[in-house]
Design a protein around this ligand. Structure first.
Ligand code: NAP
Length: 293
């Protein structure tokens, strides 16, 4: 068994981006600028956004954080998005999910200018990605693709089972793995809460990508020998031995599944860091397009 080390791989990618930023600035360009919109005080969201802002600083990007009250109206939030869309100093921005109940996630996604949509959630980017055209690919699937690529994981002709069909992870992941390119060319099965014989599906996977948000959902007896496992899940589980009072648990029972897997991502230290690095890569692409549309 070999660990697919997201921490190390994301550091390599970040170093490459930092080098590119230096060259970009030497050519007289201002540094790439990522903005993040954070609505409310959700603990996990604050942690994620802070990690993204810190990552920007490390690679030499500019960044800004727009913090808004959780009582903000739909119209006010759309107005803030419009300001970012029209701000020439911003190359890309994200609106951290989840959003409060009074806000329509779909309306927010549709309001983001696709050229600044570094989260890749706008239908224009999702459609372009499906057609293998230049597009912002959602950061988590983009990070997973980068990880598979850098470990030279064979994907062509393999059976890839994706657990979960969210527009953030499962759905784009299934499209990417079935595209006619590397990493891709896999035969893909996408599973969700209506899937019958789920365990049989999981057992038939050469590559398993788990994104259901249920801690330790995939057990050792459900996978076949030699499987490649990518664990996207991150659930905060109460743990009084930790200073924070919780620990992060993946969708895959690591101790059991790692005994049979050829490759496996840990949680934490797998997909999470790759997601942040992929977001930085998307922002760099946005900045490059600003200079050379
Ligand atoms: P989500 O929107 O809640 O989607 C979960 C998916 O799993 C849904 O498609 C759901 O099916 C399916 N599902 C749930 N229970 C199931 C079951 N018992 N059997 C089969 N399918 C089941 O979640 P998400 O946003 O994709 O996130 C998934 C996990 O990844 C979460 O733990 C999240 O925190 C984590 N995540 C991590 C990163 C990272 O950077 N590492 C990024 C994003 C998300 P239905 O569609 O039928 O309801």
């Amino acid at each position: 068994m070999r660990i697919l080390d997201g921490k190390e791989t994301s550091q390599a990618l970040r170093n490459e981006i930092a080098d590119e930023v230096v060259k970009f600035k030497e050519k007289g360009n201002r540094p790439p600028h990522l903005a993040a919109v954070l609505v409310g005080n959700n603990g996990a969201s604050i942690t994620y956004v802070n990690a993204k802002i810190k990552a920007c600083e490390e690679v030499g990007f500019s960044s800004s954080l727009v913090r808004l009250s959780d009582t903000i109206s739909q119209a006010e939030l759309l107005h803030e998005i419009d300001k970012l869309n029209n701000d020439p100093a911003i190359d890309g921005f994200i609106v951290q999910l989840p959003l409060p109940d009074q806000i329509s996630e779909k309306k927010v996604i549709m309001a983001v200018n696709p050229k600044k949509d570094v989260d890749g959630f706008h239908p224009q980017n999702l459609g372009r990605m499906a057609l293998n055209m230049h597009a912002f690919v959602p950061a988590t699937p983009a990070g997973i693709i980068e990880l598979l690529d850098r470990y030279n994981i064979e994907t062509g002709g393999k059976h890839c089972v994706v657990l979960g069909r969210s527009h953030i992870v499962g759905l784009p992941m299934s499209i990417l793995m079935s595209r006619n390119t590397y990493p891709g060319n896999a035969t893909v099965t996408i599973c969700h809460s209506h899937t019958r014989n789920l365990e049989d599906m999981i057992r038939s996977a050469d590559i398993l990508i788990a994104a259901v948000g249920r801690p330790n959902f995939v057990r050792g007896n459900m996978v076949k020998e030699g499987v490649v496992v990518v664990d996207v899940g991150i659930t905060r589980v109460v743990d009084t031995t930790k200073k924070s009072g919780y620990r992060l648990v993946g969708d895959v029972h690591f101790d059991e599944v790692s005994k049979k897997a050829a490759f496996i991502t840990p949680v934490p230290g797998g997909v999470g860091p790759m997601t942040i690095a992929a977001l930085l890569k998307n922002t760099m692409i946005g900045a490059r397009r600003r200079v050379k549309p």
